[in-house]
Write a protein that binds this ligand. Structure first.
Ligand code: GLC
Length: 541
């Protein structure tokens, strides 16, 4: 077996913690850093190498921390800088690195820079943001913000509009101003000195926007700016960096993740995530998933980044509904097998897998009522669509299928009140299925979803083919089966999944019938008929 030199993050599995919903330690109903520290042994047991921590900086929490008012402090709700240092140190003792979430496209309107900017056009911080002169009620153009409404907000005392791609309270930073970039790079270097292992860069392909031309993602100077940031900061060390890029195609992702390390380690690409929405619509406009299309898209990413870029592998994050409810089945009969099927499919690919908290337990969507929803995006959507004449039941159906709160209900630790998340009243309702879907019930059960993830993580440490192997899709037009082969030296690993709940005759090529089974989501051998959501990996050499 030939040896390929790897970066640590190419062999790593990364776990995303959404801190406000992970573990509360002081009974205020919000997760915090001391709570997370208490759960590090759980994460070590799972086998992950790094934690991507969603924002814990000081923030008014209009968008759950993605609206930052001080990048160099921890919000008291989550703890203190001393807790953060302790987290970094305690994680390191367990071989786990901490990845910070950098929100560089915008700040909170409470950030000192914006407060200064509001003081006058001559204030040195005014040019940290994007302003246009105008008249009240006549925004510079009709650009819309991602959370609804106009992307322009009128400020009477300045007689100007500022630009915001997200909430009104999240003004966009002006990356054309070198002083903005220097201030951000300083802050990044400050976190590097504190000993973090890398960064996830929030909506990073939106920093080079041109609001006059209506450009949001992939602005003309984007890659130039990223290279500059790379050289000024994380390019000088062994960090993992992952950009959130809703606008990336495989061609663009090749630039972002080129092996010379001049931009990022990898990006989060979302092409697969949009496959179950109506063409031309938004994520709220539900449509069934076509497996053949999913195969084309995921295979395209595998092929087009092979040897010249690097993929991230994910089904979930804090912005997406739970995958088992979305593309598996959360009915009791199939929840576990389908959660394992989806994991098998993902862990056979080339790239760095990401687990979103609770995914390793097969946690499901929460299907909250409107009163229980907390997310600004869903609440704004409800208001907007109601005005546009949508039926309330239809809007709620969309929110229950796609709303971000589905992923944000508390982590289900055990079957005690509030799922062991908090001794107080959680900021968002616990999913009532915690009584049987919880960590305590799974960690010692070899057949659990948790132990299946543990096995998959181990496999990625043992099988070089999973890290380096080439990719070949089989049965391209089969509407139920997703099958592909990875190949490295003379070794092959075949991943087969039945993506649906119907039984299916299987048609393994002859030479695979003698192969070793690496992992299988049903007991016993692979038979002539594939059972609902059956999945396995075979190895041949
Ligand atoms: C990213 C984050 C999301 C946030 C948005 C604005 O998409 O993942 O949670 O609302 O950026 O910062």
């Amino acid at each position: 077996m030939s040896v390929n030199a790897h970066h640590w993050w190419q062999e790593a599995v990364i776990y995303q913690v959404y801190p406000r919903s992970f573990q509360d330690s002081n009974g205020d109903g919000v997760g915090d850093l001391p709570g997370l520290i208490r759960r590090l042994d759980y994460l070590r047991r799972l086998g992950v190498d790094a934690i991507w921590l969603s924002p814990v900086y000081r923030s008014p929490q209009e968008d759950n921390g993605y609206d930052i008012s001080d990048y160099q402090d921890i919000d008291p709700m989550f703890g203190s800088l001393a807790d953060m240092d302790r987290l970094i140190a305690e994680a390191r003792l367990r071989g786990i690195r901490i990845i910070m979430d950098l929100v560089l496209n915008h700040t909170s309107d409470r950030h000192r820079w914006f407060q200064e900017a509001l003081k006058g056009r001559d204030n040195p911080y005014h040019d940290f943001y994007i302003w246009r002169d105008g008249q009240p009620g006549q925004p510079p153009n009709d650009m819309r913000a991602c959370f609804g409404g106009s992307a322009w907000q009128w400020v009477p005392q300045l007689q100007q509009y500022y630009f915001h791609q997200f909430a009104v309270a999240q003004p966009d930073l002006n990356w054309d101003n070198p002083a903005v970039r220097e201030a951000l790079y300083d802050m990044i270097r400050w976190w590097m000195k504190r000993g973090v292992g890398g960064f996830r860069l929030d909506v990073i392909d939106q920093i080079a926007k041109d609001p006059d031309l209506g450009i949001t993602n992939n602005g003309p100077r984007l890659h130039e700016l990223i290279r500059e940031m790379n050289q000024a900061t994380f390019g000088n060390g062994d960090y993992v960096t992952v950009g959130e890029t809703w606008g990336a195609t495989p061609q663009i992702a090749r630039l972002f993740s080129q092996p010379d390390g001049s931009e990022f380690s990898m990006v989060f690409q979302f092409e697969h995530i949009g496959l179950d929405q109506k063409p031309g619509g938004q994520k709220w406009d539900l449509a069934p998933l076509d497996l053949v299309r999913l195969k084309q898209v995921l295979s395209g990413w595998q092929r087009q980044l092979y040897g010249c870029g690097w993929n991230s592998l994910f089904w979930n994050n804090h912005d997406l509904p739970r995958i088992v409810s979305r593309w598996g089945s959360d009915k009791p009969a199939y929840r576990e097998v389908s959660a394992k099927m989806l994991a098998t499919l993902l862990y056979g690919f080339q790239g760095t897998p990401y687990i979103y908290q609770g995914e390793e337990l097969g946690m499901t969507n929460a299907y909250l009522s409107l009163e229980d929803c907390r997310d600004i995006e869903s609440l704004n959507l409800y208001r907007e669509r109601l005005e546009e004449g949508y039926a309330p039941a239809d809007i709620l159906r969309s929110i229950q299928a796609r709303g971000r709160d589905n992923a944000r209900t508390p982590m289900q630790w055990d079957d005690s009140p509030q799922a062991g998340f908090s001794s107080g009243e959680p900021w968002i309702k616990v999913n009532p299925n915690y009584s049987y879907i919880n960590a305590a019930a799974q960690v010692d059960d070899p057949d659990s979803v948790f132990c299946y993830y543990q096995k998959l993580i181990n496999l990625r440490k043992q099988e070089t083919t999973l890290i380096d192997g080439s990719y070949t899709l089989l049965a391209e037009s089969d509407p139920d089966l997703f099958m592909y082969v990875r190949e490295w030296d003379s070794e092959q690993i075949l991943t087969v999944v039945n993506f649906h709940a119907q039984e299916r005759p299987q048609f393994l090529p002859e030479h695979w019938k003698q192969a070793n089974c690496l992992i299988h989501n049903y007991p016993g051998p692979v038979g002539e008929t594939l059972r609902p959501f059956e999945a396995f990996m075979l190895k041949h050499w």
